[in-house]
Design a protein around this ligand. Structure first.
Ligand code: C2E
Ligand code: CA
Ligand code: CA
Length: 449
């Protein structure tokens, strides 16, 4: 058969194949680079800018897992067809990764126009997909960059679009970001924090702090929430609001969490045995089936009674893989560990979740508590949450109580538990012991040396 083709013909076919994505028939990564290279050299003497973008499907992996790989391929084909149909005569779309597409808009000259085009693509992809008898929905994130001056390379342009994509992904699903220089700075800072944090975790330098949780009426301390604290030589004190998401994103959360839990249970095992210790679990830990085992082995090693431990999880943590989260949570509960739903009322609240999962406790988010004195809606929401918890047999803790008047209002509504600066700020191991000696006099044995 090969004899029928001249060598030149065969060469061209192979070259075409090398530039084509076999699944969708779109151009592939090499085609994209080639197109951008050519356009850059065409524009050598022409100051007109142009735009590129990288589009990444959000949460495609669960779709693959849920519907199977063949259905996954089918959805990718439908995505490719929609994207191709959305291109005008001059623009090009290619498939550059498993669920990543890149597009080139030679006639888009501004950041605003690039963002608009990208938003249109996201809109087109958001319509439902047929998968046999069922339908699936997808969202996508896009990062764009603009070619401006003559000295920019394809590589640099792609790097900028990837940086913008990274920021789009970080800020949630279905977002479009166009590259700015500040993004580069922010991405560098994240990398700096990641490196310092890796070192700190291996050196055991992240510490647990403890914040009291009280019975609102009697003001008796009933337990403590563990909160991670980290101070770096160069970066100074870094807030967990900053380093916890980075630890999650860069795969350091497991070791970090184990370190903090080990230190926290070592500190708390000598406290009065009726005090519980609560501990935060991140969403990615509820996807990792080793989490339960790690927690139990730490409790075993430190000799901390599992019945004194509570884990706090958020609704976001239950969303990405509910079956996995359910398994981890039920394994832990079987060993006597209690489970609270943290930050209730923010984010993706769904009352359905309270039917599917059993929680021992619910924590009302600080945002409601801080506005309870000024704001009628907050008051009504808190009352409704309290009534619901009573019906479902869950304990309640209101978070972020800073003023006595807030505590009084919560007591009047029937809220039993409270936490906040009014009762105590998070404190290290030694200060917590002092706090305990002062508040629960005589019940704390001296620390063994
Ligand atoms: P969170 O679990 O909602 O923790 C409560 C946060 O509210 C803590 O912030 C606490 O210091 C703060 N807070 C408590 N009372 C008050 C108050 O009266 N007023 C105000 N303004 N704030 C109050 P922090 O320690 O900065 O922690 C922030 C978040 O970082 C936590 O929110 C939690 O989501 C996460 N985090 C902290 N430590 C860990 C950890 O060891 N593992 C994981 N996965 N996440 C952690
Ligand atoms: Ca918490
Ligand atoms: Ca909380």
């Amino acid at each position: 058969m090969y004899a029928l083709y001249g060598a030149g013909q065969l060469g061209r076919d192979n070259a075409d194949l090398a530039f084509t994505d076999p699944l969708t028939g779109l151009g592939n990564h090499r085609r994209f680079i080639d197109k951008v290279d050519r356009l850059i050299s065409d524009r050598a003497d022409d100051p007109a800018p142009f735009a590129i973008g990288i589009l990444d499907l959000d949460g495609f992996k669960p779709i693959n897992d849920l519907f199977g790989h063949r259905a996954g391929d089918d959805i990718l084909l439908q995505v490719a067809m929609r994207l191709r149909a959305a291109m005008d005569g001059s623009s090009v779309v290619t498939r550059v990764g498993a669920d990543e597409f890149a597009f080139l808009y030679p006639l888009v000259f501004s950041e605003e126009a690039a963002g608009e085009k990208a938003r249109m693509l996201i809109e087109i992809l958001s319509a439902p997909y047929d998968v046999g008898e069922r339908t699936a929905r997808l969202s996508a994130s896009v990062g764009c960059s603009l070619f401006h001056s003559g000295d920019e390379t394809t590589e640099l342009l792609l790097h900028k679009a990837e940086t913008a994509l990274y920021h789009a992904k970080r800020s949630g699903r279905g977002r479009v970001m166009v590259y700015t220089r500040e993004m580069e700075e922010a991405a560098k800072r994240v990398t700096r924090i990641e490196q310092a944090l890796r070192r700190a975790v291996s050196a055991g330098e992240v510490e647990p702090y403890f914040q009291p949780i009280v019975d609102l009426k009697t003001r008796r301390t009933v337990g403590f929430e563990t909160l991670a604290r980290w101070s770096d030589r160069d970066l100074g004190q870094v807030s967990p609001v900053v380093f916890i998401p980075i630890a999650e994103e860069r795969g350091i959360i497991g070791p970090l969490s184990q370190l903090v839990l080990r230190k926290a249970t070592e500190a708390a095992r000598n406290w009065p045995s009726d005090l519980f210790l609560s501990f935060n679990l991140s969403p990615s830990q509820l996807v990792d089936q080793n989490t339960g085992l790690h927690i139990l082995s730490i409790l075993d090693r430190t000799g901390f009674d599992p019945r004194r431990l509570e884990i706090e999880i958020t609704e976001t943590g239950l969303m990405s893989d509910p079956a996995s989260a359910e398994k981890i949570v039920s394994d832990l509960r079987r060993c006597g560990i209690r489970v609270s739903l943290d930050d209730f009322g923010t984010g993706q609240s769904s009352l359905g979740r309270l039917r599917e999962f059993h929680f021992d406790k619910l924590k009302i988010d600080r945002s409601f508590v801080s506005s309870i004195l000024q704001d009628r809606p907050s008051e009504h929401i808190i009352r409704a949450i309290l009534a619901m918890c009573e019906g479902l047999g869950m304990d309640v803790v209101a978070e972020g109580i800073e003023e006595e008047a807030q505590a009084q209002r919560l007591i009047a509504f029937g809220c039993a538990g409270g936490q906040g600066y009014l009762f105590g700020k998070p404190a290290d191991r030694d200060d917590t012991l002092t706090y305990l000696r002062r508040n629960i006099l005589g019940t704390v044995p001296a620390e063994p040396v």
